[in-house]
Design a protein around this ligand. Structure first.
Ligand code: SAM
Length: 292
């Protein structure tokens, strides 16, 4: 039997052992809501890919399609939640796809987001269309407005992505930012949104995570209390990075007491922000929570 050729010294040296250790650490089961290793929403490369995903009608990865957004804008106006003279705070506004529509309907909109690429797109749209929208590059966990808005809007599930303490702190800030009688309107995922799926991996020559060649190892990890982690281990020449997307899925029964403790009264439950019937999409529902 021929002996395998000895590896040249450089390849046999410690970097591969380091990479193996890094991989073992990256694929350990994390404690609930362990953050990602690096930036995500505000990472320059990933942020650019996210903007492309928001604008790509073929993917639901970042925003809902234009037809759903148009139904959402019309529904919010028809319900008297948005419209001329209404002050709207859009938390995690992305490229302002909903903010633009609501401003066109006459609302005065403030959009908050971390992704500079999305905000640049949103600002350019507002300028081109002469719309009354203010965009802030800010972490919405730090908003500190007081009795300033009639409607706080959060679209596409962001409230599901936080641990309980952070969620409650966000709700407290939103409560303070709303005028008495103002409404928080948002959608969240349900446990049906995150069914069990086998782990998977792929190799890319350049794509969502990195400009150059990389591998992605994906796994969905399940925790008690309807908490799920979608974990992406990304490996490239620069090393191993782990991105952890956390979801606390809700049902109307688990979410209502959370909102009541935060000083909101649940006024309506919809199948989605566009006002569909509850259960239309079993993976989602939307809530109108009135500042009590
Ligand atoms: C799933 S996207 C939804 C975007 C938009 N609401 C829509 O429906 O098209 C979530 C957005 O929230 C933003 N985001 C996430 N966490 C944030 C935070 N802590 N502060 C501000 N923006 C945040 C992201 O940059 C991203 O634009």
């Amino acid at each position: 039997m021929t002996q395998p050729e000895a590896l040249p010294p450089a390849a046999a040296a410690s970097p591969s052992a380091d990479a193996w250790r890094d991989l073992l650490v990256a694929t350990e089961r994390p404690e609930p809501f362990t953050p990602s290793d690096g930036l995500f929403w505000d990472d320059p490369w990933i942020g650019e890919q996210l903007l492309a995903a928001h604008l790509d009608e073929r993917t639901l990865a970042a925003s809902r399609p234009a037809a759903t957004r148009e139904r959402t804008e019309a529904h919010l106006v028809a319900q008297g939640l948005a419209g001329p003279g209404v002050d709207v705070l859009d938390l995690g506004c992305g490229p302002g796809l909903l903010a633009t529509g609501l401003a066109r309907a006459g609302a005065r909109v403030t959009g908050v987001d971390l992704n500079e690429h999305s905000l640049a797109y949103a600002e350019a749209t507002a300028r081109e269309q002469g719309l009354d929208v203010t965009y802030l590059r800010q972490d919405f966990r730090t908003i500190d407005a007081v009795s300033r808005y009639d409607l706080a809007l959060q679209s596409y599930g962001e409230l599901s992505t936080f641990d309980d303490a952070t969620r409650d702190a966000i709700l407290a800030r939103v409560h303070a930012a709303l005028r008495p009688g103002g409404a928080l309107v948002f959608d969240v995922s349900t446990p049906e949104c995150h069914p069990d799926e086998p782990p998977s991996w792929y190799r890319s020559q350049g794509g969502f995570w990195r400009a150059g060649a990389h591998l992605e190892l994906w796994a969905r990890l399940r925790y008690p209390g309807d908490v799920v982690c979608d974990r992406y281990v990304v490996i490239d020449a620069g090393g191993v990075a782990t991105y952890r997307m956390w979801f606390h899925d809700y049902t109307p029964d688990t979410l209502t007491p959370v909102l009541e403790r935060a000083g909101f009264r649940v006024e309506a439950l919809w199948g989605g922000l566009d006002g569909g019937a509850p259960g239309d999409d079993p993976g989602w529902f939307a809530v109108v929570a009135r500042r009590a």
